[in-house]
Design a protein around this ligand. Sequence first.
Ligand code: SF4
Ligand code: SF4
Length: 280
Amino acid sequence: MQIAVASGKGGTGKTLVSTCLLRVLGDRNSVLIDTDVEEPNAGVVLMQLAQKTTKVSRLVPEIDLKSCNLCGECAEICNFNALVVLGDKVLVFNELCHSCGACSYLCPLRAIKEVEHPIGVIEEAQLPSYGTLLTGRLNVGEAQSPPLIKATKSQKATSTLRIIDCPPGTTCAMIESISDSDYCLLVTEPTPFGLHDLELSLEAIEMLDIPGGLVINRWQGEDGELAALSDKTGFPILGRIPFSPELAEAYMQGKDPLEAMPSLRGILTDIFSQIKGVLS
Ligand code: SF4
Ligand code: SF4
């Protein structure tokens, strides 16, 4: 089973929920995949250093100017403006290239070959008893995260429980992260802040035809506008994690949140039971 844990905006407690879900439900065959590749922090929360690192690249074009006649066809073909013929050169903008391969395939003089462009790494850490942590970490300055997210998610595909700690928002990175999931949990707060972003995230989940539900973090006795949003969209509120300074302090200090708030175990177990109910 693959559960994506996402949020409309950052800072809502998405990583708290995904790491605690793994702590509660995980076994040696489980995996937590941190696809928030621009600023992954599940490893910090779990206080785990990587034991293995794998480099990830994507293919970008390289022009052989000796064979090229500067016809400009490749620049016309490229939908992403990653190629420009300027004077006696063909400039390649790797950041804009989407590695589709069209230019090398269609160059009439076969003057383009595809070469590896490093985009980041996948870090792997074995956790004490509840599985493996996989972290995608994007290189500084690299603009495209989906290829790295895809590569990170392709690891340990046969794990019985896969939890994806997704990037916030409704970017391509979020869509790539939640795609192929059996269920998507949206972590949110009972405040008007980020409500619009949350609605957009729910629309994205709906568009991908993935069942989903809400988890309210820092709950203070009322669901506020989230109750109306749940009614309107049909995404149920599966659980509420009460506001707790003790939990926040333990989390910030890298301690086990389940010890700071023992009731959290029951809340997450109940959320998982509801997910299993929907999927069965
Ligand atoms: S299509 Fe080929 S030959 Fe034409 S400009 Fe591009 S690389 Fe050069
Ligand atoms: S591989 Fe595709 S996206 Fe990249 S430069 Fe060539 S045509 Fe453009």
